[in-house]
Design a protein. Structure first.
Length: 68
């Protein structure tokens, strides 16, 4: 696991959203966990991307559960 990247405000918000999802069977990462797992910039994402990442992650989990 690469750990968090350095501060990069202009990139970090989108990176959190781009990498939100399943990283291992039935293991999903959202919010700041995305930065730890994928090495994206941790410093910079504000509450907007944290909330959106959580909501998107919940939608992905819900979709997966419906197909099982």
């Amino acid at each position: 696991m690469p750990g968090n990247g350095a501060m990069w405000v202009s990139r970090s918000e989108q990176e959190v959203m781009d990498h939100t999802g399943e990283v291992y069977p039935n293991c999903f990462v959202v919010g700041l966990a995305v930065a730890a797992v994928h090495g994206t910039p941790r410093m910079g994402p504000a509450f907007g991307s944290m909330l959106l990442s959580g909501r998107y992650g919940a939608e992905l989990i819900k979709k997966k559960l419906k197909h099982e």
